[in-house]
Design a protein around this ligand. Structure first.
Ligand code: A3D
Length: 316
């Protein structure tokens, strides 16, 4: 690292998502970025390439790539994308074990070199890896948060906009629950310029868009054949980094540690949070119908099963 230089954002894992987070953070001039990976040359090459785009894109922030965790010292935000996506034939527990080992090693280094940072987890299975990271880091829960809800809601917003032929900017939504099949979209809270979509389209169409959102990750995997989505995930993480570094206090859906909210505790799940300088500054409790609450509970039970898996393999 250049002497005296202070970086704002670290991305652990310089693969598809990590490099895209770096790209958006630089383009939004959020600060200088450190890319860390175990593969030699990969973070260095991507960081150099990203820095060289600066004069063309008009940003003056720079990136460095490294295989040495001590270079993350002083970063305000650390984004963790290190890990594997689930591959065909892999069980859920296989993924928990493989990525759990990676997250444990990564957290040991974050704890050593960036103990004051806010940590954003991206590695799947998301809510389970957030829980493991919290326990490994020993940070206050507000400083360990997972990215999923912003991505899932962005997908739903884009589908609603296309369906109704309106600008994506006019569509807003909120969703809860774990990342994946068990997410809990809330059509009542999905609006176009303030009007709930329940007044704008028939139930069958809403159900179809929600199903597509739920399966949104899989739709892209099936098209790409290898690897998974990274542009929208990268953009979603950069938005979270912006909220934190600029102390925006926006209300966004994120995976957060519950301590009694929604009558649940000791679990990570997607909920609306106020995201600012300290990380998760508040968890907002929406009024839910019985059906929505039951879906949220089922979602949390699913995450707990993954956490149990971590215990079984001795990672907790
Ligand atoms: P990929 O392009 O394979 O990048 C992962 C990177 O992690 C690779 O460059 C690896 O070398 C690196 N890595 C592995 N082990 C370590 C380690 N111990 N320390 C540092 N780096 C390491 O994958 P990707 O970027 O597409 O996805 C990364 C993760 O994010 C996967 O688990 C995905 O499933 C997950 N993901 C989650 C979402 C959510 O919405 C939650 C979206 C997209 C991807």
């Amino acid at each position: 690292m250049p002497a005296g230089k202070r970086f704002s954002v670290a991305c652990i894992g310089a693969g598809n998502v990590g490099a895209t987070v770096a790209q958006y953070c630089l383009d939004m001039e959020l600060g200088d970025v450190v890319l860390v990976d175990v593969v030699e040359g990969l973070p260095q090459g991507k960081a150099l390439d990203l820095t060289e785009a600066g004069p063309v894109r008009g940003y003056s922030c720079v990136a460095i790539g490294t295989n040495d965790y001590s270079d993350i010292a002083g970063c305000d935000v650390v984004v963790v994308t290190a890990g594997l996506p689930r591959k065909p034939g892999m069980t859920r527990l296989d993924l928990v074990e493989k990525n759990g080992k990676i997250i444990s090693e990564v957290c040991e280094n974050i704890g050593r070199y960036a103990p004051e940072s806010v940590v954003i987890i991206v590695t799947n299975p998301l809510d389970v890896m957030c829980y493991l990271a919290l326990k490994r880091l020993g940070f206050p829960p507000r400083r360990v948060v997972g990215m999923a809800g912003i991505l899932d809601s962005a997908r739903l917003r884009s589908f609603v906009a296309a369906e109704l032929g309106v600008s994506m900017k006019n569509v807003d939504t909120m969703l809860l629950g774990s990342h994946g099949d068990q997410m809990v979209p809330l059509p009542r809270y999905t609006t176009v310029s303030g009007v709930p979509i329940t007044q704008l389209m028939p139930k069958e169409r809403i159900d179809a868009l929600i199903k597509r959102t739920r399966e949104g990750g899989g739709e892209i995997v099936a098209l790409l054949k290898t690897g998974s989505a990274f542009y929208a995930p990268g953009a979603s993480v950069a938005r979270m980094v912006q909220c934190i570094l600029h102390d925006e206090r926006q209300i966004v859906p994120c995976s957060a540690y519950l301590t009694g909210q929604y009558d649940m505790k000791d679990v990570y799940i997607g909920v609306p949070v106020r995201l600012g300088k300290g990380g998760v500054e508040e968890i907002l409790e929406l009024e839910l119908t019985d059906e929505e609450y039951a879906a949220l509970k089922a979602s949390a039970d699913d995450v707990r099963e993954g956490i149990e898996g971590l215990r079984k393999i001795g990672l907790l």
